[in-house]
Design a protein around this ligand. Sequence first.
Ligand SMILES: [Zn+2]
Length: 301
Amino acid sequence: MKHFFAYIMFGLFFLCLISQGTAQQQTFQQVQPLKQEVLPISAQQVRGNIYQVKGGMGANTGFFINEKEVLIIDTKMNEDSARQMIAEVKKLTPYPVTCIILTHSDSDHVNGLVGFPQGIPIISHEKTRAHMDKAFQSARERIYLPNIVFSDTLSLYTGDVKGSTRIDLLYFGPAHTDGDAIVYFPGEKVAFIGDLIFIGREQLIHRHKNGSSFGLVKTLKAVLNLDADVFVHGHGDLATKKDIKNHIQSIEEQQIRIQALVKEGKTLDEVKKIYSNDTRTGDMRWPSLVEVIYRELTEKK
Ligand SMILES: [Zn+2]
């Protein structure tokens, strides 16, 4: 019988390959949560046995119910919301959670891990694990560091041979952070894309986690090439390819405009003044998209 756990135990052999990361750019504290209105937690069907969980503290999460097990995608932001998420799962199935996948390392996606039972395989991109390795300081948190990592792609096959579901974890380079995993269900044409898009609010890019606006555009173009038509993301309703195209376009327009201003010799402050909505200063954890683009164009990595 094929089983998440059997597959994942195999994956543990690769643990020795996990990079311990370097100390670069770690002058920042753990990322602050996005401000959000706290709504009751509820699960909604996305397609087939794939669900999205909205509400509670932290970003949208999801889960997939297979024949005898449940796979979780992101974990909310604290123990309480994670437990409420698990209660939503239990309303739909008696099967246990056997695997957790993390889209990236931000606290509003991973700090709910402590609300899940211990000993469940936790999978992330290797760079996401490196960020969490620095952020998770307490012994209790460190139990929940990912124990399976990938660098480019990783495929999971769940369920029995008949009716087996394939899930691809994909990575296209630095974008929102440098460890963003896309969780793609090719059979269902659904992809979880973490914080690769923000709709109706400014795209957040974490430069202190080596995120990149140009990398984000590249990654989103790769996402458009997937045979998927529903995209679950961290901070909004389900999205379509049209939403992603519009998002790419708006970021590229800003990049082109800021590039022209850089060529004219404008300083960062002058560029920010041109964008009257950009009033943020000082806090490098939360630079505006304008500032991120300007710095990418003018600073050497
Ligand atoms: Zn994020």
